[in-house]
Design a protein around this ligand. Structure first.
Ligand code: SF4
Ligand code: SF4
Length: 293
C-alpha cells in the first residue's frame, strides 16, 4: 500500500479538485483521506455516505477542585495565555484562550487542578460515490491542534486500506506548511505539489519543496493557471528542474475548476477532453514510477 499526498503551499490552487479526479481514476483500489480538517471540502465532490462518526479529543482543559483551592493565584500568574480568572469566588477557565499546556496543573502546590480531555472535533468513516472507503474530519470551531486530527485521519485511512486490501491511500492535504501539512506528508510514498503560475504560487512552491526535501519525499508537480503569468510559470519550471521534480501537467486558467466545485462534479465529469487527458496522464505517470513498483 502506498500513500500519496496532494498538497499546495497556498489555498486556491485547485488541489482538492485534482485530488477528487485522482480518486475517481483510482476507484475502489484507493482509500481517500481528507486531511484538510480545518476547511474540508473534498466531500463536496466525492459526496460520501457517512458510515460512522467518532469524537476526537485533541487537547485538554484544566478542571479545578474549587472546594480545596486556596485562591493563592499561582496558577493564574503562571498562565502565559491569561486564561484563568476568578469569577464568583472561584477560578474559571477562558476556554477560548486556554492552550491546554497544563502549566497551571503543574504549579498548583496542592494538586487541585486536573487536566481533562477536550473535545476538539469529529472524524468520520464514509464510502465515496466512487465505491471507495473515505476518512474525513471536522475540527471544532476555533479549536487548535489540527495536526493531531490529521494524523488520526491518516492512521484510520491506512487501517482501512489494510482492511480492504487497497493499493493506495490518497491524501488531500491542508494548504500551507504548518503542523497539519507536516502531519499530512511525513512518511508518505510521494507528494503531488499543486501550484499556480502566480507570484504567491512560486513563493509557496519553493517553501513546499524545502519541506518535502527535508523529509526526503519524492515529489511531482502540477501547474494550474499556467497561462496567468509566463514569468511565474518559467520560475516554477526552473525550481522544479533544479530540484529534479517532474512537472506532470500544466492546466491553463479555466472556469472548469471552480465550476467543478460549484456543481459537485469531478474534473473528469466536466467533459473537457483536454483536462481529462491531463488528469489521466498525471495518474498514469505517478502509478508507473519505479518507487511505486
Ligand atoms: S492549561 Fe495552560 S493555557 Fe490553559 S489555563 Fe492552564 S496554564 Fe493557562
Ligand atoms: S495554584 Fe492551586 S491553590 Fe492556587 S489558585 Fe491555583 S488552583 Fe488554587
Amino acid at each position: 500500500m502506498k500513500e500519496i499526498a496532494v498538497v499546495s503551499g497556498k489555498g486556491g490552487t485547485g488541489k482538492t479538485t485534482v485530488t477528487a479526479a485522482l480518486a475517481q481514476l483510482a476507484g475502489a483500489d484507493a482509500v481517500v483521506a481528507d486531511c484538510d480538517v480545518d476547511a474540508a471540502n473534498l466531500h463536496l465532490l466525492l459526496r460520501p455516505e457517512v458510515l460512522s462518526e467518532e469524537r476526537f479529543y485533541g487537547s485538554s482543559l484544566p478542571m479545578f477542585d474549587a472546594r480545596q483551592c486556596t485562591l493563592c493565584g499561582l496558577c493564574e500568574s503562571a498562565c502565559a495565555w491569561d486564561a484563568l480568572h476568578i469569577r464568583n469566588g472561584q477560578y474559571e477557565v477562558d476556554t477560548a484562550a486556554c492552550e491546554g499546556c497544563g502549566v497551571c496543573a503543574h504549579v498548583c502546590p496542592g494538586g487541585f487542578i486536573t487536566m481533562t480531555p477536550r473535545l476538539t472535533g469529529h472524524w468520520y468513516t464514509s464510502r465515496s460515490r466512487f465505491d471507495q472507503p473515505m476518512v474525513q474530519a471536522r475540527l471544532g470551531t476555533g479549536q487548535e491542534n489540527s495536526g493531531k486530527l490529521v494524523t488520526r485521519v491518516r492512521t484510520e485511512a491506512v487501517a482501512c486500506a489494510d482492511r480492504f486490501n487497497a493499493g493506495w491511500v490518497l491524501i488531500d492535504g491542508p494548504p500551507g506548511l504548518g503542523c497539519p501539512a507536516i502531519a499530512a506528508i511525513s512518511g508518505t510514498t510521494a507528494v503531488l505539489l499543486v501550484t499556480e503560475a502566480t507570484r504567491a504560487g512560486v513563493h509557496d512552491l519553493a517553501r513546499m519543496i524545502t519541506l518535502v526535501e527535508h523529509f526526503s519525499i519524492p515529489a511531482y508537480c502540477v501547474i494550474n493557471k499556467a497561462d496567468c503569468s509566463q514569468q511565474a510559470r518559467d520560475d516554477i519550471r526552473s525550481h522544479c528542474s533544479e530540484h529534479a521534480i517532474p512537472v506532470l501537467a500544466e492546466f491553463p486558467f479555466s472556469s472548469v475548476f471552480p465550476a467543478s466545485l460549484h456543481e459537485g462534479r469531478t474534473l473528469l465529469e466536466m467533459q473537457d477532453d483536454g483536462i481529462t487527458a491531463q488528469m489521466e496522464h498525471i495518474w498514469n505517470a505517478i502509478t508507473e514510477q519505479e518507487i511505486f513498483a
